[in-house]
Design a protein around this ligand. Structure first.
Ligand code: AHZ
Length: 286
């Protein structure tokens, strides 16, 4: 499908609001300049169904074999996707998110407050992304966590080599044996599961719990209590390939390593995403 950039659409940038009133812009005006004769272009219901279904099934077909599969579109998974897609337009990246709404816990800064705190040096990630923040010295504050999440999401989804399958839950891991008999996650190098999280919730730490039940990991360390200073460094530094083919980052990693949680500060999620992307490329390019 040919993608039409917004500036070339007939309504040229949408409907501007002037003098407090909604005013039709060029291309949207009706003959008398009022809304009386306004009408959308005609359509059949079947066209709508086909327009959606054709693309979805085409995407399912295209991404049935992906280079990288990211399980969970929380702050860590999305940061991974952003870093990978930006660095490697040649890779096919699928994001699978159980919920209808991607973003995980990052729509709020934590504890029902709207601002988001990130400790330095995670400000570099915000600068790269183009999200404004207030500098408080050792840490920065984004006015709205939702601004961070919506900006990250919009950039990730705009990459032509990324497809988000939301409302889709990962229910098991594909496994293979290598020549030496060792277990690896997914077929060859072509299915790589990177970066997701793990609070105990309906889907909490799914991948790593499954690793235990399939005896690829002896046991989980279990997430510890809150200690921001210890937790954030540990999650970023510990983001790695846990079992061949499976890279774990974000809060899910705390379940593996018995690491502390960090509570409402998101720098480690962004930078764990960056590290997960690096680890994935190291595996992929090996
Ligand atoms: O819906 C989940 C969420 O959007 C999704 N998910 C979980 N299991 C899945 C499955 N298939 C598909 N089986 C699944 N999707 O994964 C996403 C996880 O996002 P998150 O925001 O919950 O995790 P994160 O690691 O990206 O960020 C954690 C943020 C936290 S938790 C925390 C603390 O507890 O102290 N502190 C921070 C900053």
């Amino acid at each position: 499908y040919e993608v039409v950039e917004p500036t070339t659409l007939p309504h040229k940038g949408g409907i501007p609001v002037g003098n407090g009133k909604l005013r039709a812009s060029e291309g949207l005006e009706t003959a008398d300049g009022k809304w009386k004769d306004f009408s959308f272009q005609p359509i059949r219901e079947s066209q709508v169904a086909r327009a959606m279904a054709r693309r979805y099934f085409n995407d399912l077909d295209t991404y049935a074999e992906s280079d990288i599969v990211i399980v969970g579109a929380g702050s860590c998974g999305l940061s991974t996707a952003y870093t990978l897609a930006k660095a490697r337009p040649d890779l096919k990246i699928a994001i699978i998110e159980a919920s209808v709404s991607p973003g995980g816990g990052a729509w709020l800064g934590g504890q029902l407050f709207s601002a988001m705190v990130m400790r330095k040096p995670a400000d570099k990630f915000l600068t790269d992304l183009g999200v404004p923040f207030e500098d408080e010295g050792a840490y920065v504050v984004v006015k709205h966590a939702a601004l961070f999440t919506s900006t990250l999401l919009s950039k990730v989804l705009a990459f032509p080599n990324v497809k988000l399958f939301n409302a889709t839950s990962v229910e098991d891991l594909i496994t293979r044996r290598d020549e030496a008999g060792g277990l690896r996650i997914a077929g060859r190098r072509d299915q790589l599961d990177a970066a997701r999280r793990g609070h105990d919730g309906p889907f909490g730490a799914f991948s790593v719990k499954r690793l235990v039940s399939m005896q690829a990991l002896e046991k989980l360390g279990g997430m510890r209590g809150l200690d921001m200073n210890v937790a954030e460094d540990a999650i970023v530094k510990g983001t790695r390939e846990i079992v061949p083919g499976l890279i774990v980052g974000g809060m899910e990693l705390s379940e593996v390593d018995g690491a502390n949680r960090m509570g409402p500060t998101f720098g480690a999620m962004a930078l764990s995403g960056v590290k997960a992307a690096e680890e994935a490329l190291a595996v992929f390019d090996a």
